[in-house]
Design a protein around this ligand. Structure first.
Ligand code: URA
Length: 238
């Protein structure tokens, strides 16, 4: 038996907080009866309906790793009909992205319908490493690198320590290529971190995500995760 809000969140429908809101406002029913009590416990055999949608409690999970191209939005559907990352994957299952990459960012993105794993990976405490290659305007200085490594303030938040390596600095074009590894995922974090030390990011690519490396995949390509890879991802949280 599990708490209703946890089950709804784990099935990937929404966050736990949003599930609590839906329950409190009478949008959730269990076996046909509306439930507004937040502590209600449910079993796997119970039928849960949220806002008219019956949640599938016995799913077959699917897991994909995609090399996201530029100009694709990280969401399940877009009101302006722009192409989404989900459109790139050939499946009839309702998968969704784990975390987000900006419209103009390329690189590794995990998609699944496994809400338990997705929530674990996205939780702020998960500390999953993400490595980006940033092409930035200007020539980055050792002081800026030091600041990025120890943490900069973005939106009143001090970023956690990051690993930073300068790949190249081009005096002629006045651009630098910098590799940065962060273990958190605030909105537009990498771009804001570079802005905080005075550099605009022109291009951003996520080359590594947890145990995955972009070397495997061309832009726009994707593949299913192996059973072993899924087990390794779960083992990160033991
Ligand atoms: N940081 C950003 O600024 N953008 C991304 O897409 C990912 C990380």
């Amino acid at each position: 038996m599990e708490r209703l809000q946890k089950v709804i969140a784990n099935l990937g429908y929404c966050s736990r907080r949003k599930a609590e809101e839906l329950i409190s406002t009478g949008k959730v029913s269990v076996n046909g009866k509306i439930v507004t009590e937040l502590g209600t416990k449910v079993k796997t055999s119970d039928t849960i309906e949220v806002d008219g949608n019956i949640l599938d409690n016995n799913k077959n999970y699917e897991y994909y790793i995609l090399n996201k191209p530029r100009g694709v939005i990280t969401t399940t559907h877009d009101e302006h009909d722009r192409k989404t990352v989900v459109d790139l994957i050939d499946t009839n299952t309702r998968i969704y992205p784990v975390g987000r990459l900006d419209y103009d960012t390329t690189g590794l993105l995990l998609l699944t319908n496994d809400g338990v794993l997705a929530n674990k990976l996205m939780h702020p405490s998960s500390k999953i490493d993400k490595t980006y290659i940033a092409k930035i305007e200007g020539m980055i200085s050792p002081i800026s690198i030091k600041k990025l490594r120890s943490g900069v303030v973005i939106d009143s938040y001090k970023t956690r320590p990051a690993r930073v390596k300068v790949k190249s600095v081009n005096k002629k074009t006045n651009k630098s290529i910098v590799e940065i590894t962060i273990s958190e995922g605030k909105n537009h974090q990498v771009k804001k971190m570079f802005e905080a030390v005075g550099h605009h990011v022109e291009k951003l690519k996520r080359e590594k995500y947890a145990i995955f490396d972009i070397r495997d995949l061309k832009v726009g390509d994707y593949r299913k995760l192996t059973f072993k890879e899924v087990s390794i991802l779960y083992s990160l949280f033991k």
